[in-house]
Write a protein that binds this ligand. Structure first.
Ligand code: 8YV
Length: 329
């Protein structure tokens, strides 16, 4: 008798080629109209699936996970960050969680570097003058001056794969690399990046020209850049966040940008996404993007491939390569 294929419920529209392959391999239920699922729909999905493939827009909290059917054995997240999933609750129900690391490192680092350049050099403001206001008075030597990147100090918070990929880029742009991380890097990597380690985040923040966030969002990093810590940052410094909005106290940041207590920010992620703080939305000192860090055709395909590899390995009784361990929290 032919073995029945596992029921795989995919919560959002994925690239066509990924969906086609998933349908060949599994009993795949797709979300063709791409509308984000409600909490009630997620509960229905976990009740019936053998595998759930969620994304950052699905909040798999303890309530949802507690309703999972006995069949649900794997949550194969389409994404690197797993802050959308209550890992403890999944572990308690013996549900394995996998993610898609590595394949979005370079794209996310490119986006962080783009913002590190775009905010101090006032790229968005310049473009608005031509495209929306249509009022360019012509070139002037003292007009639209930004700040030079070369020679400035970049403070990286979270020196994992993406943080290091940003450091490599920033070094090529002449920046001095500083970092704060749970663990210090090996001498070899520190030497390659010419990176200075700061055990104290507070002390690093006070001395940087640009700060870029690359740590995951966990209970320990919620509001890591709190109102108190934001006050340590120089008024001439810039903040870039391509990690998770919850790592910064967004209301405090917005207030400080409005009062010119921080020079500007480049934000790809927001604490209450998709809602944007109105103070940020109207500021001309910020560049705001709708969570596009890993949004490349190549990246999305490779994320899909990782999801498929993880599911296939699981049902072939191998250890999926991208298991998320509780110690990662
Ligand atoms: C993804 C991300 O697009 O993978 C992540 O952690 O932040 C994003 O770049 C998103 O999470 C997909 O679920």
């Amino acid at each position: 008798m032919a073995r029945t294929k596992p029921i795989v419920i995919v919560t959002r529209k994925l690239p066509d080629a990924v969906e086609t392959r998933m349908r060949e391999l599994f009993d795949t239920r797709l979300n063709l109209d791409d509308r984000a699922m409600s909490q009630a729909e997620l509960v229905e999905a976990v009740k019936h699936a053998d595998v759930l493939v969620p994304t950052v827009t699905d909040k798999l909290d303890s309530h949802v996970i507690s309703q999972a059917g006995d069949k649900l054995k794997l949550i194969a997240n389409f994404g690197n960050g797993t802050d959308n999933i209550d890992l403890l609750a999944a572990n308690a129900r013996n549900i394995m969680v996998t993610n898609t690391p590595n394949v979005l490192t370079e794209d996310t680092a490119d986006m962080a570097m783009t913002l590190i350049l775009a905010v101090p050099r006032r790229i968005a403001e310049g473009m608005m003058i031509l495209k929306e206001k249509d009022n360019w008075p012509g070139w002037s030597p003292t007009w639209m001056l930004g700040r030079r990147i070369w020679g400035k100090r970049l403070g990286i918070i979270g020196m994992g794969r993406i943080g290091q990929a940003v450091a490599r880029r920033a070094k090529a742009f002449g920046m001095q690399i500083h970092y704060h991380n749970r663990r210090r890097l090996s001498d070899t990597v520190e030497e390659e990046l010419e990176a200075t380690y700061w055990d104290s985040l507070d002390q690093m923040l006070a001395r940087m020209d640009v700060i870029s966030i690359h740590c995951p969002y966990t209970p320990a990093t919620y509001h890591l850049l709190s109102a108190r810590r934001l006050k340590l940052i120089s008024p001439s410094a810039y903040i870039v966040n391509t990690a998770r909005g919850e790592v910064i106290d967004e209301a405090a940041l917005a207030k400080m940008i409005e009062k010119r207590e921080i020079a500007g920010a480049g934000l790809d992620v927001f604490e209450y996404a998709p809602r944007i703080n109105p103070k940020l939305a109207r500021s001309s000192h910020v560049v705001l993007l709708p969570h596009m860090g890993s949004a490349t055709v190549e990246g999305r395909m490779e994320m899909g491939e990782r999801v498929i590899i993880n599911i296939k390995a699981f049902f072939d009784c191998h250890r999926p390569p991208d298991r998320v361990l509780l110690s990662a929290m």
